[in-house]
Design a protein. Structure first.
Lengths: 184, 195
């Protein structure tokens, strides 16, 4: 009698467990999927890039220029705009839906390539800049801090490439390709 | 058996010494004729130059690396940087960047250091066992970084960063400022961080 009860339990328990798991899975699948919040997207035919404002941060000129030139190259590469204008370009004023990208230095630490490559843990170059994009009327449409860094391989100026690459990713995520018509 | 005394032809000796003396004089005159113009020409040139003030030669530097901002020229291209006429020129085998001095809004120079082993060779050093690659990273050299901010004909703002051998950036800044370029920081004495 005892032997019979024990075998019943040993066979029945996995079945009960399996049924419970199936029920749980079914209930989870049956639930309505949470609708992701619609990410606001912008559209503009042209963008103008302003040179970085060092603010109170002592950032060498070569870093500022490398950030500026890298930003232009990376944003052109995204293909989101018909024109990428440099600061001061006279043609930009005529574009009605022009957006302007400004960057302001928040933090900057110049590391050492030698230290990085010898120790692998020290000597990182890092920078944080506030990225602000405004529309033609001057209204802010994007404002966030973006970091650029080089931890192991490469020269210090590579941090500017990293920064520009991250800004280009944000633009790819937030902007429709120029000429895109949204579905209504 | 006879012992022969060595013959000495004394009659020939005066003639041969005269001929040797003549050859010596001929050689001397020839050397004088050939050498005199060569020796005197620098003196004459120096004498001519002494009358007029010597113009400073235009700065020229080979093996300059354009890190970024060359427009159509690829980043990290190596070429010759020079001050030609009224502008700063960077020329590679394929293309040339020309920046007129009056369009330059700011020039700054900075000292930095660069690794001796770069590029593909640098990756190869990573394969050296027992940290040999890291030891090679200790070898570096000092360089000058020349940053030029300028405007194009349409008003567009540009920045170009050049890497030169140590101590070579200051003459470029000095000559460009003399030709109408602007610089927010004046040229300081060598040895300071930012000139």
């Amino acid at each position: 009698m005892t032997h019979h009860t024990r075998s019943t339990v040993s066979v029945g328990f996995p079945i009960v467990l399996a049924c419970t798991l199936l029920l749980m899975a079914g209930s989870l699948l049956g639930q309505a999927k949470p609708v992701p919040k619609p990410v606001p997207m912008f559209s503009a035919s042209a963008i103008q890039i302003e040179p970085p404002d060092p603010g109170d941060v002592p950032m060498p000129a070569e870093f500022r220029m490398a950030i500026y030139e890298s930003l232009i190259a990376h944003i052109e590469k995204t293909g989101k705009f018909r024109h990428v204008y440099r600061s001061g370009d006279k043609d930009a004023a005529a574009v009605p839906d022009l957006v302007t990208l400004r960057t302001t230095a928040q933090a900057f630490k110049k590391g050492s390539q030698k230290k990085r490559e010898v120790t692998t843990v020290t000597g990182a170059t890092s920078m944080t800049l506030k990225v602000n994009i405004t529309d033609h009327a001057g209204k802010t449409i994007l404002d966030r801090n973006v970091k650029g860094q080089v931890h192991f391989m490469g020269e210090n100026l590579r941090a500017t490439y990293d920064f520009a690459s991250r800004v280009a990713d944000i633009i790819t995520e937030k902007f429709y390709t120029a000429g895109h018509t949204t579905e209504r | 058996m006879s012992i022969q005394s060595p013959k000495v032809d004394v009659s020939v000796t005066p003639n041969s010494s005269r001929a040797a003396r003549l050859r010596f004089w001929a050689r001397g005159l020839f050397l004088l004729a050939v050498g005199a113009p060569l020796v005197l020409s620098p003196l004459r040139a120096r004498g001519q130059a002494a009358g007029t003030p010597a113009a400073e030669p235009n700065a020229v530097q080979i093996d300059v690396k354009l890190v970024i901002g060359g427009g159509t020229i690829k980043n990290n291209s190596v070429g010759t940087l020079s001050v030609a006429g009224n502008s700063l020129q960077f020329a590679t085998g394929k293309a040339q960047l020309d920046i007129p001095a009056p369009s330059i809004l700011d020039i700054s120079t900075h000292e930095d250091s660069r690794q001796n082993i770069t590029g593909a060779a640098h990756f190869a050093t990573m394969a050296i066992p027992y940290g040999g690659g890291r030891a090679l990273a200790l070898f570096s050299h000092e360089v000058d970084v020349l940053t030029v901010e300028f405007k194009d004909t349409n008003g567009g703002y540009h920045g170009a960063v050049f890497v030169l051998p140590q101590g070579q950036a200051a003459p470029f800044k000095k000559q460009l400022v003399a030709r109408g370029a602007k610089a927010t920081l004046p040229l300081a004495e060598p040895g300071s961080d930012n000139k």
